[in-house]
Ligand binder design. Structure first.
Ligand code: F6R
Length: 361
């Protein structure tokens, strides 16, 4: 039942405020400015013994993991990174007992992720799951974890589950941070930021008409560039994937800082750029990248916390805490992908060649 929406993708994009609310419910501890994650099976002593975090997932879940790794580094100051599960399992990885491994999956059935978990367990590693489907294979094989509580996701491409994964990583990062050196004041600040998310998601979705107009305009492009820096880079990668999947427009994502090392050669009026431009300590750097693109007559659509002069269009999103902004900045670009695909008459819920869960190698 699509409840009045024309596709599950549209419905699921619009369910995100409720989904995030569900992910937060019952988990926030105001007294100690932290969160409780019941199924984690990681006591404070275990949490403090973690020297490194390695996040494994595929596709959109891998992108959620990239944002998660940054949040864990920022809030808990534990070195963290994300890697596609398939790459990890084929390269005979060094498995380290002081590393906390986290498997991220919507379905909990993705074969490459499951195989990575099994290989890690065989080598004695501690593996947590960050999973949507309760009781799924990955949820069962891991030592504990966090359910992301996005609810059923029917559209082949992931939207609300991505957002809830990133929120869940925010909770985990806060929890790990508060067992270490994150102050009570910073814990409070992050909790306030988390609580603002559902309302801010509603604000973004209320801007749908502008995004629809922009999507119609940009749907004529043969190819698009997506750029971001640090917190904005995984957002750019996920937005680029979403556009490719549902519209079949070719899209590439690059760190804004890498433009001058090659991809700037592609910039011309027919190759628009979508730029993620948060109001954080890198704002001026990002503006400089917009100038470089403008100087090559490139068209720019910015997703930012305020109008960007160098951009042809800006989608303004509400500001949260710097560490949490990545949760929100991708949401208008889910709608952008949706409306681009719609303008092109694509089969949005079932893109060609793709399956909802990839249970084969
Ligand atoms: C993209 C998408 C895929 C999945 C990937 C992993 O929109 O849906 O990239 O994210 O196949 O699937 P899960 O999360 O079920 O392991």
């Amino acid at each position: 039942d699509m409840g009045g929406h024309d596709t599950y993708m549209h419905k699921e994009i619009h369910e995100q405020a409720d989904a995030v609310d569900r992910a937060l419910r019952g988990r926030i501890d105001d007294r100690f400015s932290t969160v409780h994650l019941g199924g984690l099976n990681l006591d404070a002593r275990d949490a403090r013994a973690v020297r490194r975090v390695k996040i494994l997932g595929c596709g959109t879940s891998y992108h959620a993991g990239q944002i998660g790794a940054q949040m864990i580094e920022e809030l808990a100051r534990i070195p963290a990174d994300a890697e596609p599960a398939s790459e990890f399992r084929y390269r005979n990885p060094v498995v380290d007992p002081d590393t906390l491994y986290i498997a991220v999956s919507q379905s909990g059935e993705t074969y490459d992720v499951l195989a990575a978990v099994q290989e890690l367990k065989r080598k004695g590693a501690r593996v947590l799951g960050l999973v949507n489907v309760v009781g799924s294979a990955i949820a069962r094989e891991t030592d504990g974890g966090i359910y992301v509580h996005a609810g059923p996701e029917v559209c082949v491409v992931s939207t609300k589950c991505f957002t809830n994964m990133v929120v869940s990583f925010g909770l985990l990062a806060l929890h790990l941070g508060r067992t270490r050196d994150l102050s009570v004041a910073d814990g409070k600040r992050i909790i306030e930021g988390l609580r603002k998310l559902p309302g801010q998601i509603e604000e973004i979705l209320a801007n749908e008409a502008q995004i629809e107009e922009l999507a119609k305009e940009y749907a004529e492009a043969k190819s698009m560039m997506f750029i971001g820096r640090v917190r904005g880079y995984p957002v750019a990668r996920e937005a680029s994937l979403k556009l490719k999947e549902v519209s079949y427009i070719h899209a590439e994502a690059y760190p804004a800082s890498e433009l001058k090392h090659g991809p700037l050669a592609l910039i011309e009026p027919a190759m628009p750029t979508v730029a993620i431009v948060p109001d954080d300590e890198l704002l001026e750097k990002n503006r400089a990248a917009l100038e470089e693109i403008k100087a090559r007559s490139g068209r720019i659509l910015a997703v930012a916390h305020r109008e960007q002069e160098k951009a042809d269009h800006t989608i303004v999103v509400p500001k949260n805490e710097d560490e949490l902004d990545a949760i929100l900045m991708g949401i208008p670009l889910q709608l952008f992908a949706y409306y681009t695909a719609k303008a092109m008459g694509r089969d949005i819920d079932k893109p060609r060649n793709l399956a909802k869960s990839v249970t084969v190698e």
